[in-house]
Design a protein around this ligand. Structure first.
Ligand code: PL4
Length: 402
């Protein structure tokens, strides 16, 4: 028989989120009367708001007409790319610098093809698991060593450094994954921090993949929503973003990636041209129905709905954070992000996860799933119906009773 890709052999069994779903199923099977509430996976729960929804419906309806029908639109509708540039980047990017995708995660996976195996990779520790797991699958990272994957530089982000990493640890001529507002810590980097990040990347000849999937949750007007608000970023950064969390498109699937024309490899070739080649070769474009919804989401009425929807989830975050703080649990996040990162000093996060599930029937995400620095943290997601979040907060109160 054919040999297995050795990179797949290197990856630890079980991607985090299916593993949590498995544990939920096992718990439910053992406790058939349990009413489990999920504050685990960051999956949106509220209906798509009406104006944006009408955009989707209209997009589908047009496909049934001769005049409105459209087929492949590989790199995305030009109107959508231009609107993304206007809404998120003050029109600073041309249409051919914005690539419409089927979501941020999908582009994070595909982007790794640009750099291949063997390049150094740095991640915030903790971070969204796709950066590390994807690097292992492409061979940029090696086998698990017991404390982390070989070839990955883990940049601890803890209470001691205000959840912003020590940039002196960055590898040269490597890839830096940076997510702000961060999943899972909820920390949003400020302008000075992102300026230091860009300066460090430029000095090291490294490239930043900036994941801005939660940028629409930023409420503090001083915090940058995009890496491209920072001078110099156009020559050292790619940004991925998504309609999933602001517009409830987790199932609809729509995102985008910005690759500036100025961005070059060490050999002087343009990264933008290669990204167009990769997308043209292995991606056939986002659904035209999703793109119609995306266009509606970026009209003034749609943007108002995005604000209201993200305000709703931030309201949940506030409730969860208050409930945890009342128990004396130290936590961060929730103010400019839909995640709360709660500290359980001296305890193992899978053990705390099991304890909360057992005692409160509330599903969470164990911090160690996001990296070694998460070993005594739990991530609470604010995506949920309000009554479920209120009920979960009530149940969490029982954790204070020893
Ligand atoms: C569960 C930092 C969630 N099955 O929907 P996309 O592909 O546009 O965006 C995915 C994404 C990208 N970047 C960051 C993210 O946190 C996410 C979504 N993360 C979570 O609970 O951490 C959903 C996870 C999903 C998955 O594996 O992505």
């Amino acid at each position: 028989m054919i040999n297995r890709n050795p990179c797949i052999r290197n990856i630890k069994a079980g991607y985090l989120f299916p593993e949590i779903a498995k544990r939920r199923r096992e718990f439910a099977a053992a406790h058939p009367d349990a009413k489990i509430i999920s504050l685990g996976v960051g999956n949106t729960t509220e209906p798509i708001p009406p104006y944006i929804d009408r955009g989707l419906v209209e997009g589908a309806r047009k496909l049934g007409t001769v005049e409105g029908y459209s087929g492949y639109s590989d790199e995305g509708l030009l109107a959508l790319r231009q609107r993304i540039s206007e809404v998120f980047y003050q029109g600073d990017f041309a249409g051919d610098e914005i690539f419409v995708s089927d979501g941020a995660k999908c582009d994070i996976g595909r982007l790794q093809l640009l750099f291949g195996a063997g390049i150094p990779v740095a991640v915030q520790d903790p971070s969204y698991p796709v950066y590390v797991d994807g690097s292992v699958l492409t061979g940029a990272a090696g086998p698990w060593s017991g404390t982390g994957y070989e070839g990955i530089t883990y940049l601890p982000c803890t209470g001691e450094n205000d959840f912003f990493p020590d940039l002196s640890l960055l590898p040269a001529q490597g890839l830096i994954y940076f997510c702000s507002p961060n999943n899972p810590t909820g920390a949003a980097a400020n302008r000075e921090q992102l300026t230091a990040l860009v300066t460090a990347a430029l000095n090291k000849g490294s490239l930043i993949i900036f994941d801005a999937a939660y940028s629409e949750y930023i409420r503090d007007p001083k915090l940058p929503k995009s890496i491209f608000e920072i001078q110099g970023a156009r020559t050292c950064a790619i940004e991925v973003n998504s309609f999933s969390k602001p517009a409830g498109f987790t199932g609809v699937r729509l995102g985008w990636t910005v690759v500036p024309q100025e961005l070059m490899y060490a050999g002087g070739e343009r990264v933008n041209a290669d990204w167009a080649r990769v997308c043209g070769t292995i991606f056939n474009g986002a659904s035209n129905i999703s793109q119609a919804g995306g266009l509606a989401a970026l009209e003034p009425e749609g943007l108002k709905e995005i604000r209201e929807l993200s305000d709703f989830y931030l309201g949940n975050a506030k409730l969860i954070r208050s409930a945890l703080q009342e128990l004396g649990i130290t936590c961060v996040g929730g103010g400019n992000s839909p995640y709360i990162w709660a500290h359980f000093p001296g305890r193992d996060s899978w053990e705390v996860f099991g304890d909360i599930l057992e005692r409160c029937q509330v599903l969470t995400t164990p911090g160690s799933g996001f990296g070694p620095a998460g070993r005594s943290f739990i991530r609470f997601s604010a995506f949920g119906h309000r009554q479920d979040v209120e009920e979960a907060c009530k149940r969490l109160g029982t954790l204070g009773r020893g």
